[in-house]
Ligand binder design. Structure first.
Ligand code: PLP
Length: 423
């Protein structure tokens, strides 16, 4: 098949009419499929089931420092859970605060605390400053963008490149003291699936920021979510920041949401000792402590990073298959000149770029055939994709059969929308 751009008007019409006939057949099937949710399928959750079915004697309710986890106490997390995160991520235990079930909550709390009280290096609470701005790498994670939007920041878009954020642009923007921070998903980024290069990590750690209290929100949500033993390598940002004297710049997050149970895993944040010291009194005002029984369950189930890795390889067998189905289906668009997509080595998403002006149309056509996609624009600040061309595909939630079918329809609707555009 030649490129769609090289088709004559007559060829476009013939192709379009054949594809539309095929589309009508799908419509008649009254399907109900969902490619929008970055959630595990229940087969993944079943792998984690032993975590819930462990019997729990009285003795197994105590953390290794003798604290009864059934009771109040310990604000920053039990030692064995800190050690597990430290082992998994290569972060010093003293940097780690173990939270509740969601890293997103820790991120929101971090920034709302900064608004109310400032952070280390702030001259005043952020809410006492006018016209604050935040850098959003796009396509990116809609929930990050929403946090800074509701807190009143102006969102500045920086394009994602294959190596991470466009650093020339970031370095230019941070010359403005009103720019207070940047959102980063450094490994298997949501939705592009790429991992920041060493050079990008170094430049983020090293760059000169006009705001004395600039922060990098380093959301390493997919830190251990490789599809194989040959996963992407990410430079340790704390090591780099230490070299350049910018340790306080980093707020680091992850959780076990996509290791064990989304909504019922364990989340953490990590930061320099100075940052932890500044945060602790406010945290102590907010809560007596997080759910230590869940921390204990996790830390007893996974003794170390190797256990987590072995578990992730079991999940990878299930997730990898979903990505194979997705990428094999997309091959039908290869060479047509109408789409480009990412081929990640881990994470949860494939990012699909279409001809400009086609994403909303594909979304509508998919809806018409009973397939839900992530809303167009969700991957951009303010929910607006300026070129109307990016779609986020989340292959993990449907069954393999549902996914194959949904992908066939996606390929078909991408072809239809592109031909309509070119006609
Ligand atoms: C980049 C990223 N960060 C955070 C989350 C949510 O994490 P948690 O469940 O720990 O709040 C997600 C979920 O999709 C995500 O993609």
């Amino acid at each position: 098949m030649k490129k769609y751009q090289e088709l004559t008007k007559k060829e476009i019409e013939a192709e379009l009419s054949a594809l539309c006939a095929e589309y009508e057949k799908y419509k008649e099937q009254n399907l109900k499929l969902d490619l929008s949710r970055g959630k595990p399928n229940s087969d993944q959750l079943d792998v984690c089931l032993p975590l819930l079915s462990e019997s729990r004697s009285r003795e197994r309710c105590f953390s290794e420092n003798g604290v009864d986890c059934r009771n109040y106490g310990i604000l920053d997390g039990i030692p064995e859970m800190k050690r597990l995160f430290s082992d998994m991520l290569g972060i010093k235990e003293e940097y780690i605060l173990v939270g509740d079930n969601a890293s997103l909550q820790l991120m929101y709390d971090t920034l709302s605390r900064a608004m109310l009280f400032g952070v280390v290096g702030s001259e005043r609470p952020w809410c006492r400053e006018e016209g604050l701005k935040w850098i959003c790498v796009a396509p990116g994670y809609d929930r990050h963008f929403r946090i800074t939007e509701v807190l009143g920041f102006e969102l500045l878009t920086v394009p994602m490149t294959k190596d991470g954020p466009d650093m020339d642009m970031v370095e230019e923007l941070v010359k403005d003291p009103k720019v207070k921070g940047i959102w980063c998903v450094p490994k298997y980024s949501n939705p592009t699936g790429n991992t920041y290069s060493d050079e990008v990590v170094r430049r983020l750690a090293k760059m000169q920021c006009a705001a004395p209290d600039f922060r990098i929100m380093w959301d390493n949500a997919y830190a251990v979510h490789d599809f194989s033993e040959n996963g992407d390598e990410l430079l340790n940002i704390f090591d780099e920041a230490e070299k350049y004297g910018t340790l306080d710049r980093i707020f680091y997050y992850t959780s076990t949401s996509k290791i064990t149970f989304p909504g019922a895993g364990v989340a953490m944040m990590a930061a320099s000792p100075a940052n932890i010291k500044q945060i602790t009194p406010y945290l102590g005002a907010q809560t007596i402590g997080y759910d230590k029984l869940n921390q204990l369950r996790h830390a007893q189930y996974f003794k170390n990073a190797e256990d987590v890795h072995a578990h992730m390889m079991k999940l990878a067998a299930l997730i990898g298959k979903k990505f194979d189905i997705t990428l094999e289906a997309l091959e039908a668009l290869d060479g047509l000149g109408i789409a480009e997509w990412t081929k990640p080595n881990g994470g949860y998403f494939v990012s699909l770029d279409l001809l400009p002006g086609c994403a909303k149309r594909v979304f509508e056509l998919m809806k018409g055939a009973g397939v839900t996609l992530t809303s167009v624009g969700a991957t951009f600040p303010y929910g607006i994709d300026p070129e109307d061309k990016n779609l986020r595909i989340a292959p993990t939630y449907p069954t393999d059969r549902e996914l194959s079918l949904a992908m066939q329809i996606l390929v078909l609707t991408v072809k239809i929308a592109s031909l309509e555009k070119l006609a």
